[in-house]
Design a protein around this ligand. Structure first.
Ligand code: B3K
Ligand code: ZN
Length: 855
């Protein structure tokens, strides 16, 4: 398969002045007529001589091609695998109009890329390269044009980007004045109902807002609409960014490869990120809906008005937009809790990626299939890098740089170099070393040692950094690392509030003078850099930090480390840290602390996290022993603190009607964390009672997971199916929790039995991910020694690949950690990967993933 390289990027030689599209929609034969007006490009005729016109297209039935109304002579046309080239000789150098008529088949489009049908609704997904499945076009993000779109369809609702300019029975016309690349094009046609509102922008313009759902789903769309209004207001207040069209549409569809898509003025969402009611959605679902609605809305400026020059620059829009949605959630909810959640997510997905065969920089420089690079590294590490930049230049510097970014690049397609340049110009800083964060893969290991000179009252902190090799990058020069530290005196008072140390060398000392007594160091506050920190520290000091640190992140981190070390020790035949179980008691007694924080502190690290830590220490993780050790620790905690856990469980019952706000959600989270522990010693009694009494999905799902763990969920599962059998999103949960919470010795069999059911609608990405993702997240079940988990998983990847390559390829990452495990498990995974690799006709998406994982 061929590789695309950053070094090969060249400007498009023609300038696309306008795009007109006319669709005549029919399930198996939709006709697309396109009219593209080209003028001489900056680097086109005149600058570099006559240029060919290269257009992208895939799976198109081409009916006509013209230049200025004349059929193009075939001698001037050449065809590649996914390209059409019209020779310069056929093109008037001063400009011309290219027109095409093609036919496509939305009903047969199971890959969900381009125009497809989802449960009777026509919709599109064009990022990254879906537009070429719609018509011939320069399908690259640096070719931007205003779009005028006319759609004829026998459907009540017909939408596209921009503002509506005309409509009648069976047709509608839309005009988008803002130049955009093809990947932001969208079209929707179907029987939909709007939940509508309005927003008045800061300059007083009124914008119509619609959340479009299937008839019957209207009562579950209100939360998304409110989240949209909050996002619009926040982007005005915090970034000074105003919306720029008369209407903003959001559409929920059931079949979608990802979470959502930021098409200009017409965001298309996976229905699970729009629809919510207390009976069907959990607190986590509500928080995600709010965050993703915000994310897609924020893309209007960071992604759409300023887009990416090429797909290597993906983190330019994604890292920044994730960073912005994280800021938004921090402002809407609890900033410390959000930070801890983000770090958990980063470590669970991005650190994992960065330490395995799929490691790549936030800005990669080659790919086979760009859809494989919508990764935790591009998104979440991309956001962390911006967080570091902000920490280094300060809030004012960041605000100035962002203003300059919007001013300088609005309407253009930009690069990471452009992005860094605005920071340099706005702050006067040299960011050449900082750029390493964008171009180097791998997670730096940061070690800290302390030297205390009692006579001088001086503490010296010595930091060293190294980054292990990653595929294609053997040597890693040092990076700039912002290290936030604070010093705490032995009596628990803070003697030095947070200070950001700027590390630039491979090894560097920082000294603190004038100290009356040796302080305890609180380091990497707020997780100030995405590194793995190693420091010699005893359990008593960790317990001290858990009790006294003023920074909520490092406070939580201290407790996490105690829990992690305890499980690791137990999995290797030792005992839990003597400090840990008493510390849990103090946490339960600390009723003044935010329940959401206490819930995070009480929850044990996952088995995956333990396996990662064992691997990082140079040992081989044993999934069965890790599982047993974690269970044993949970039982110890429950036995020791039974009364306090029961009191916490009772105290955290939230009276009155359900509200998805951070306050009550935090109480429910703490309540369920207590339930999870008590469940180990009460045989599921409390979970059974909660299942009966709970009036919201958050507690229902928590109770259900506990019942599955206690192996008494039969009735609950039957009730859930009876009540919600027709609700796809609830049934996705039903499919997910069973393999996820099952005992490892049965998880693969449970997944296999569920896969036999007629309602395992495996072509639907949500349903497929629910079942396979549920199993993969059951660490000991997926990695079961007999290989049953690996086999079942691979069987289904093989089945899905010809139908939906994108979703198949994404799920391959379940295997990215395989080299951590013992030789027997490694051999089992390798055999499954071989089985995939040898499959005739395997998609380019999956082939790339399998190839990279096998190395
Ligand atoms: N930009 C889209 C993701 C598109 C995925 C293409 N395979 C959603 C987002 O990041 O907001
Ligand atoms: Zn995004």
């Amino acid at each position: 398969h061929t590789e695309t390289r950053l070094a090969d990027w060249r400007p498009y030689p023609w300038k696309l002045d306008s795009t007109r599209l006319a669709f005549t929609i029919a399930p198996q034969a939709t006709t697309v007529e396109s009219t593209l007006v080209f003028g001489p490009g900056e680097n086109g005729p005149g600058a570099e001589g006559p240029a060919d016109l290269v257009l992208d297209g895939a799976g198109l039935n081409t009916l006509a091609l013209t230049i200025d109304g004349q059929t193009i002579d075939e001698t001037h046309v050449s065809r590649g695998e996914e390209t059409l080239t019209i020779a310069a000789a056929a093109l008037p150098p001063g400009g011309f109009t290219f027109a095409a008529r093609v036919q496509i088949d939305p009903a047969a489009n199971t890959a969900l890329e381009g125009l497809y049908l989802s449960g009777g609704i026509y919709c599109t997904q064009c990022e990254a390269q879906g537009f070429r499945h719609i018509t011939w076009y320069p399908d690259r993000p640096d070719v931007m044009a205003p779009f005028r779109v006319r759609i004829t369809a026998d459907q009540p609702v017909i939408l596209s980007n921009g503002n509506p300019v005309g409509q009648g029975e069976g047709w509608a016309e839309w005009d988008d004045p803002w130049p955009k690349p093809a990947y932001l094009f969208a079209l929707v046609a179907g029987d939909l109902r709007a939940v509508s509102g309005a927003f008045t922008t800061m300059s007083g313009r009124k914008v119509a807002l619609n959340v479009w759902v299937r008839p019957g789903d209207e009562d579950r769309a209100g939360f998304a609409l409110e989240a949209l209004k909050k996002s619009m207001r926040w982007d005005e207040q915090v970034y000074g960014r105003e919306y720029d069209l008369d209407v903003f549409n959001i559409v929920a569809v059931d079949d979608f490869n990802m979470g959502a898509m930021e098409n200009k003025g017409l965001n298309i969402f996976n229905s699970k990120l729009v629809l919510a009611s207390p009976e069907t959605a959990t607190d986590t679902d509500y928080e995600r809906i709010e965050a993703v609605i915000a994310h897609e809305y924020f893309h209007n400026w960071t992604g759409n008005r300023i887009t990416c020059r090429d797909w290597f620059q993906l983190c330019l829009k994604e890292g920044l937009t994730v960073f912005r949605d994280q800021q938004f959630t921090s402002d809407m909810r609890s900033a410390p809790v959000k930070r801890i959640e983000d770090v958990l997510n980063l470590r669970g997905r991005q650190f994992r990626e960065d330490q395995g065969p799929l490691a790549h920089p936030p800005r990669p420089d080659h790919y086979q299939e760009i859809n494989n690079f919508y990764t935790a590294t591009v998104y979440e590490k991309g956001a962390e890098v911006i967080g570091m930049l902000k920490r280094l230049v300060g809030d004012d510097g960041y605000a100035k740089a962002l203003d300059l970014y919007f001013q300088r690049h609005d309407g253009h397609a930009a690069t990471i170099e452009d992005w860094l340049k605005v920071f340099e110009d706005a702050t006067g800083r040299d960011l050449s070393q900082f750029k390493r964060w964008y171009v180097d893969a791998g997670t730096p290991r940061l070690t800290m040692t302390e030297a205390w000179d009692g006579d001088a009252g001086r503490l010296t902190l010595r930091f060293t950094q190294t980054t292990p090799p990653t595929p294609g990058q053997p040597d890693k020069p040092p990076r700039v690392i912002p290290i936030a530290v604070g010093l705490i005196s032995p009596n628990g008072d803070e003697v030095l509030p947070t200070q950001v140390l700027e590390m630039t060398g491979a090894s560097q000392d920082f000294t603190f003078d004038g100290l009356a007594a040796r302080p305890v160091v609180s380091v990497l506050r707020g997780f100030s850099a995405p590194v793995m920190l190693e420091r010699p520290i005893d359990a008593a000091t960790q317990a001290f930090l858990l009790a006294h640190d003023t920074d909520p992140f490092t406070r939580w981190e201290a407790g996490r480390a105690l829990a992690r070390d305890s499980i690791i020790a137990m999995s290797q035949g030792g005992k839990p840290s003597a400090e840990y179980i008493p510390a849990v008691g103090r946490l339960l007694a600390d009723t003044a602390a935010d329940p959401a924080f206490r819930a995070l502190a009480l929850r044990l690290p996952s088995e995956e996290e333990i396996a990662t830590a064992i691997n990082a220490a140079g040992d081989v993780p044993d999934p069965d022993r890790i599982h047993a050790a974690r269970e044993a620790l949970a039982r110890d905690i429950a036995t020791t603190h039974r009364a306090a856990l029961e009191a916490t469980y009772d105290a955290m019952a939230v009276p009155g009607p359900y509200a998805p706000d951070a306050g009550p959600a935090g109480q429910r989270a703490l309540r369920l964390a207590a339930l999870g522990l008590l469940n180990r010693i009460d045989g599921g009694a409390r979970a059974a009672a909660l299942w009966e009494s709970a009036g919201n999905m958050t507690e229902k799902q928590g109770a259900l997971m506990a019942l599955i763990e206690a192996d008494r969920a039969g009735d609950a599962l039957a009730q859930m199916e009876a009540q919600f059998g027709a609700n796809r999103l609830v049934m996705d949960k039903w499919f997910m929790v069973q393999p996820l919470a099952a005992s490892p010795d049965r998880a693969p069999e449970i997944a296999a039995a569920l896969a036999e059911r007629p309602d395992f609608d495996w072509k639907n990405p949500n349903r497929f991910r629910a079942l396979l993702g549920g199993l993969a997240a059951n660490h000991a079940g997926f990695h079961r020694a007999d290989g049953a988990g690996y086999r079942f998983y691979t069987d289904w990847l093989l089945r899905l690949d010809p139908v939906n390559p994108q979703t198949t390829a994404r799920l391959c990452s379940a295997f990215e950690t395989f080299r951590r495990y013992d030789p027997a498990r490694q051999a089992l995974v390798r055999a499954e990967l071989q089985r995939l690799a040898e499959q005739p006709g395997l998609s380019r998406n999956t082939a790339e993933m399998v190839g990279r994982i096998l190395g």
